[in-house]
Each structure stands twice: as C-alpha cells, then as structure tokens.
Write a protein that binds this ligand. Structure first.
Ligand code: CA
Length: 523
C-alpha cells in the first residue's frame, strides 16, 4: 500500500530493495520442527516482553527478542478446555463441540485435528502435560497427560495405555523432564510437532518450593479499577470471581491449612519435605492474615498481595522451565530448525475489576500472550500489532509444515505476518462467544466483536444487555457507552459487523439471538 503514495522512482527503489531481502519460505530449507509451549491462565500483564509487567520473565522474553511478539492475540472463548479444543481444531467452540469445562461435555476426539494432519504428512507428534479434555488424545504418536486439572505436587499422569501413575516432584519440572525425554528419544529422521502443556499458572497457584516468597519484598500497587462498582454493567455486577468474596482463604490463599493430612488433595499428596517447606512458609502467612483480618480494606489489599505473590512465584517456575527447553534446543542444534511458540489458553485478571479468573470478553481475559521464534525466517525483534485469534494457531502450524489447510478450519496462518510477508488484507475485527453459566463463577453467556477501536458485547440468557467500549479512551473498560445517543451510528455499524462475523463463523445460535430479539436495525 505504501508505494501508492510514493513517486514512481521511489517505488522502483523500494521494489528493487525488497527483492534483495531474503524471502525464504518456512519449508524451503526443509520442514521445521514445531514446538508449542502452551500454558494456562498466564496473563500478558505478568510477562515482561509485553512492557509493563508485574515480574520479569527472561526466558519468554528471549523467544520474543530472538523472534516475534504478537501484541494483540485473542481467544474465542476464554476458558481452559474450550481453548485447547480450538488449538487442536482451528474451529470455534460451536463447531468443535466443546463450549465449556463441564466434565459431562466430552470432546469428540475422532474429529479432524492438527496433529492428525501433521502426522499424516510425516511429522512425529506428541502432547505432554495438561490436556483437560475429558476424552483421551487421539492422533498423537506419544502423549502423557495430567488428568483433568492435575496437581502441582506429586502429580498423577495418564499414560498411553490409559494407566495412571504418580510421579515425584513439581509439575512444571516434570512436564519439562518428560518433554526433554521425548525429544531425546524421538526419531531424528522426521520433523516433530510437540505441545508442552503447562499446568502453571492455573489456580490455586502452588509455587515450587524454591520460589516460595520470591516476590514477598514487593508491595504491588492496586489496579486503578480494583474497587470497581460495576456501574452500567449488569453481568459484571453479578459475577462471582472477586478477590474479596470468591477467593478461598484455605485453598487459594493457603491460610490455616493442615499440611499434615495424608490424602489425594493438593496438600495431602505432598511428601514430608514438601509439606514442611509449605508449612514453614504458610504458617507465617497465616500469622499475617490474623494480624489484618479485622480491617476489611486492609484485608482486601492483603488478599490481592498474597494472590499476586503466589501467582507470580508459580509463573517463575514456568519461565525457568521454558529456559530449560530453550537451552536443550540450543545444545542439540535443534534451535535453528525449530519453530518455538509460546502462548497461553487465555489471559487472566490480576486484580483488575477486583477479579481473578477469566471468561469475560474484557481485555485481560480476552487476550493471550503469543511469542514465537524461528531463526533465519523470523527477524529478531519482530513486533506484530495485527489481531491474531487462537483459531489461527492450527492453520499456522500446518503452514509451517507445508501442509494445506482444510477448508473447514476457520483461522488463517500468521506466518506471512511474522516472516515479513505482510498480507494486504487481515482481519480488523475479531469474534468472541462465551457460554459457561452459572457455575463456577456466574459469568453470563455473551458474544461480541472487538475492533481496533471498539468492543461491542451482547449478554444473553440470564441478562439481556449490550455493552460498548471505546478501547482507545477507556482501555480499562469502565465506561459502558451503550445507549448514549452520540454512539447510535457506531452501534449500528458494529451490530451489522457482529452479525456478519457470527454468520461468517457459522454461529447460528448467536445469529438467531441477534435477529430475534433486537435485529440489526434497532437499538
Ligand atoms: Ca486456562
């Protein structure tokens, strides 16, 4: 587009110069290995590559520095199991069948998935770590998965004969151990596709012993909207995911825990050494709690501090283990022909709106981190602002492997963006649809559109309400502009775009709701 504004002479120089740039396709030098490190609930606000961060993450930052950071990456349905189903299928929840975390809703593992397509084209495929889909993996040459959410300490893993075994140690370390074992035992004649499914940083944030208290000297500022009163936002006002009321003293904040119990619970399964480390540390935390518990404001700030400190200490092990994997790739020479991708299943609230957890289409949980590296193909320091959606992950893996994308996959490969061959057209609005209600956090079902400037959300079912945000002037999404006459035209335009997107992605339920109740011509 830029050449349109240049004189012919300048345009000719630009074209000539661009021809001199290396234009090596991903598969031109042999098919790359694809290593995806996929974490859980890891917020962009806690990753230093994204700028202002609550902590340093040197190893995730290294991937970004040596490759690309994608600043605007969003998920279609901000929840654990649905996000993994999107990763595997490249399809929205209403098409892949997994709309929520309800254990009764089983993922149909017989359907088309990216690992099956890669396997059929000659890749060795493996998934190691958190899986969270209620059906066992299909189409991987190797897998070893945590049952459901899994445990941080002394975790059980399900092996390929559907036999479950307990392993000694801390989950992030074990997932790396198993991943490095698999890498060292694989057939080096074939390219590989490995997903390292991290459990961190999921609730209830149990740090590795070595990281306990790593952030205790820091007093974190409260987010500006920590004491949000949810004015003009009925769904936000009725959720159950606040640090003040929803967060559990014992299971989340580890206050007053009896570490001597011996059972299958998250503390009961610990070894004596693990228990003793936890008891020593959290006895002190319990004493801190007793000192502040009578003052409600002081207590609320204390809960925020404790939540952040445990979350960040858990993330510290995640980042360290990513470093281990990167060093293995370096030491074996695999770095140069491996596409390394780091992403989470969604973002998370670090106290914004008074919350932990995810679900809402608001920025903190709509976003997910995404950094990737492929030496010689992605220029170090590449910085992408275009809107990526997690339906793009599977098409991108296929593109990297030189495998054609099936027509029914709904995303697009972002390799052209990161490798400098920017496409002329790319999406300027993304579509979201969340379902799970009422348990566990009473977040009303909703769908919506996010553009570069605005976000329009439609809550339905339990609440029938619209919300509109100006993301440039109100990035914290505190001021619902829906219903303000000066936005009538914007709302009409956005509703038409939302309807079009819902239809494009074949979301019949959302189309029906929009057509039946309000239509696109009424407000
Ligand atoms: Ca998650």
């Amino acid at each position: 587009m830029r050449v349109l504004f240049c004189t012919k002479k300048i345009a000719a120089i630009i074209i000539a110069a661009s021809l001199l740039l290396p234009r090596v396709s991903f598969t031109q030098t042999g098919r790359p290995n694809i290593l995806v490190i996929f974490s859980d609930d890891h917020a962009q606000q806690t990753i230093s590559a994204y700028g202002k961060s609550l902590m340093e993450t040197p190893n995730i930052d290294r991937i970004a520095k040596e490759g690309a950071i994608l600043r605007n990456t969003f998920v279609t349905n901000s929840l654990c199991a649905p996000s993994r189903a999107v990763l595997l299928t490249g399809k929205y929840s209403h098409l892949n069948g997994l709309k929520d975390n309800d254990p009764k809703r089983r993922f149909d593992a017989s359907q088309q998935q990216v690992q099956k397509l890669l396997g059929a084209s000659g890749y060795q495929t493996a998934w190691i770590g958190k899986w969270h889909l209620q059906t066992l993996p299909q189409g991987f040459d190797f897998w070893r998965i945590l049952p459901d959410q899994g445990h941080y300490y002394e975790p059980d893993f399900i092996n390929m004969k559907n036999d479950t075994a307990r392993y000694h140690g801390y989950v992030s370390n074990l997932i790396s151990d198993f991943s490095l074992d698999w890498l060292s035992q694989r057939d080096p004649a074939k390219p590989f596709f490995l997903v390292v499914g991290e459990k961190a940083t999921h609730r209830s944030w149990l740090p590795d012993l070595t990281d306990l208290g790593a952030y205790d000297t820091i007093s974190f500022p409260e987010p500006a909207n920590f004491h949000d009163g949810y004015a003009k936002r009925v769904a936000a006002a009725n959720q159950d995911m606040t640090i003040a009321r929803t967060m559990q003293l014992q299971s989340d904040l580890k206050v007053g825990v009896n570490f001597s119990a011996r059972d299958d619970s998250q503390y009961g399964r610990m070894t004596d050494e693990q228990k003793s480390g936890y008891k020593k540390y959290y006895d002190r935390i319990t004493a801190e709690y007793n000192a502040v518990k009578k003052d409600s404001l002081q207590l609320l700030n204390w809960k925020l501090q404790r939540y952040l400190k445990d979350y960040l200490a858990t993330a510290r092990s995640l980042d360290r283990n990513i470093g281990r994997i990167l060093r293995y790739l370096d030491s074996t020479g695999l770095s140069k022909n491996t596409v390394v991708i780091y992403a989470s299943d969604q973002g998370f609230y670090m106290g914004e709106h008074g919350w932990f957890d995810k679900r809402f289409m608001y920025e903190e949980s709509l976003r997910t981190p995404l950094v990737m590296r492929y030496p010689g193909h992605i220029k170090p320091g590449t910085d992408i602002g275009r809107m990526i959606v997690n339906i793009d992950f599977a098409p991108t893996f296929l593109d990297a492997a030189g495998v054609s994308k099936p027509a029914d996959m709904q995303g697009e490969s972002f390799l052209p963006l990161v490798s400098g061959n920017q496409k002329q057209t790319w999406r300027t609005g993304m579509y979201y649809h969340y379902y799970e209600y009422p348990e566990p956090h009473r977040v009303a079902p909703h769908f919506g559109i996010r553009t570069e400037k605005y976000k329009l959300i439609r809550f339905y079912g339990v609440h029938d309400a619209w919300e509109l945000y100006d993301l440039t002037n109100d990035p914290a999404e505190m001021n619902n502009l829906y219903g303000e006459p000066r936005y009538n035209k914007t709302i009409l335009t956005l509703k038409a775009r939302l309807l079009k997107l819902a239809a494009f992605y074949k979301d019949k339920e959302a189309v029906k709701i929009m057509e039946q109740k309000t239509g696109t011509s009424s407000r």
